[in-house]
Design a protein around this ligand. Structure first.
Ligand code: TYD
Length: 133
């Protein structure tokens, strides 16, 4: 599915012992994982994101806390996603503008399809909106 959507990952374990969730490249993600990064200590009143990617695909988790995504595609479709469980992944295909809000204890883990490349970013909203596929 080439639209942002939640992927529910399996939880191994129990309430008594705790849980493990696993992401294996290409089996649990619709792409080969080339990069992993995480963000943390984001103040609650800060909105991050504010960009889109030309090629990058991602699966994003809130491994701790709660993270809210507002997404927008080039057809003008807006979606809201709340990551409130470490087993919930948000798949974001290429060409999706996103704004991100964090609870005070949130840790965002991202599995990414490409290495970091600043040229892959749209950081200007008008440039993104006017982009023709
Ligand atoms: P950015 O992707 O804009 O983060 P966010 O959407 O969370 O605000 O990245 C923030 C900064 O970190 C930016 O200067 C680029 C740098 N960065 C890297 O150097 N490598 C990476 O893999 C990532 C994701 C960011």
């Amino acid at each position: 599915m080439d639209i942002p959507h939640i992927i529910n990952f399996s939880k191994i374990g129990s309430q008594d012992l705790g849980y493990i969730t696993v992401a294996e490249t290409q089996k649990d993600t619709p792409f080969e994982i080339k990069r992993v990064y995480w963000t943390y200590y984001t103040p609650q009143d800060v909105i991050r994101g504010g960009h889109a990617h030309k090629e990058l695909q991602q699966v994003i988790f809130a491994t701790s806390g709660i993270i809210e995504f507002n997404t927008l595609d080039l057809q003008g479709n807006r979606e809201n996603f709340i990551l409130d469980s470490p087993s919930k992944g948000l798949y974001i295909p290429k060409l999706i503008w996103r704004d991100i809000k964090f609870s005070h204890n949130a840790v965002l883990l991202c599995l990414a399809s490409e290495l970091y490349d600043e040229k892959d970013y749209f950081r200007d909203f008008e440039e993104f909106k006017n982009y023709k596929k």
